[in-house]
Design a protein around this ligand. Structure first.
Ligand code: CP
Ligand code: NVA
Length: 319
């Protein structure tokens, strides 16, 4: 890796994604070396939040701590960015103190602007368009549960949103076939699909789309859904009506392979996009996903901030 890398979407690290995730899996299971591996010693990481968060906030704070760094959580209402200071000035000021900045925002252009003006790596901690940290944890979780990713079919049922965007990109980078079923009018962004198509050509994976949840789920190894109403869309009261028939329930999952895994980025609206019977079933890996946010981000943070340390650990583990 040469120069500074930002993580705005998961394909920013396409070439090394597989190693980043393997690193995370080994690190997670390493009780000997990992506890004393502190590449972020003396480094502070700031995390700006314009929206609420449980997993992202806690997994970054705890993960940074485990790597010897100091996490600062900056809620938008408490910093000048929420009032009159520009994103650019905020980026240039924070770059003087911090080793990296994570940013959860509304408009994707805001995290792009922060990254443009920042002299330290910027990680997108969710924008309307992308959620790369989630996709890293998701593919790590699939790797833990499925042996050969080139044989895996991921079925997305729901909204064509930020989580689908990065899942689609990460999925095809890792060689998985990705099929999404969305209601008409809720398709993923065309530019993301185009990027995913190019990556799929390289890996040999396939992409497909449908409006029929049963078709998507047929023979799937992974079934994934997310809320129908994302943060910031709370006023779109009618949106939920478009998703009739898109609930993940016992009937729908009966079309998948017997050993399918159910995934959800959480938080879930139980009874809406998924029934309790599915999310609480033995096939559900949603809490593994939540845990893996921390391990995947620890690998990403080390990779982006101290690539040499990341490589040293990788060599040490001879993976
Ligand atoms: N999945 C996810 O990003 O959760 P939070 O909104 O709780 O961070
Ligand atoms: N699509 C959801 C994901 C939450 C983690 C949202 O943007 O609110």
């Amino acid at each position: 890796m040469g120069g500074m890398t930002n993580l705005l979407a998961i394909d920013d690290v396409a070439d090394d994604l597989s190693s980043i995730l393997e690193w995370a899996i080994i690190f997670k299971g390493d009780e000997e070396v990992a506890p004393s591996f502190t590449p972020l010693d003396g480094i502070s990481i700031g995390s700006i939040y314009e929206k609420p968060s449980t997993r992202t906030r806690v997994s970054f704070e705890v993960g940074i701590n485990k790597l010897g760094g100091y996490p600062l959580t900056l809620l938008k209402g408490d910093i000048q960015l929420g009032k009159s200071e520009t994103i650019g000035d905020t980026a240039m000021v924070l770059s003087r103190y911090l080793g990296a900045i994570t940013y959860r925002c509304y408009d994707h252009s805001d995290v792009v602007e922060l990254a443009d003006k920042s002299s330290v790596p910027v990680i997108n901690a969710l924008s309307y368009k992308n959620h790369p940290c989630q996709a890293a944890a998701d593919l790590m979780t699939i790797m833990e549960h499925k042996d050969d990713l080139s044989e895996v079919k991921i079925a997305w049922v729901g909204d064509g949103n930020n989580v689908l965007h990065d899942l689609m990109l990460a999925g095809v980078i890792m060689g998985c076939d990705v099929c999404w079923a969305v209601p008409k009018g809720y398709e993923p962004d065309a530019d993301i699909v185009e990027r995913a198509q190019k990556l799929a050509e390289k890996s040999g994976a396939t992409l497909s789309e449908t409006n029929d949840p049963v078709e998507a789920v047929k023979n799937a190894d992974v079934i994934y859904t997310d809320v129908f109403i994302s943060m910031g869309e709370e006023d779109l009261l009618d949106k939920v009506n478009a998703f009739e028939g898109f609930q993940i329930n016992d009937k729908l999952v009966s079309h998948a392979k017997d050993d399918y895994i159910f995934m959800h980025c959480l938080p879930a609206h139980r009874g809406e996009e998924v029934t309790d019977s599915v999310i609480d079933s033995d096939n559900s890996v949603v809490f593994d996903q939540a845990e893996n946010r921390m391990w995947a981000q620890m690998s990403l943070l080390t990779y982006l901030i101290d690539n040499e340390a990341w490589l040293t650990y990788a060599e040490l583990m001879e993976y």
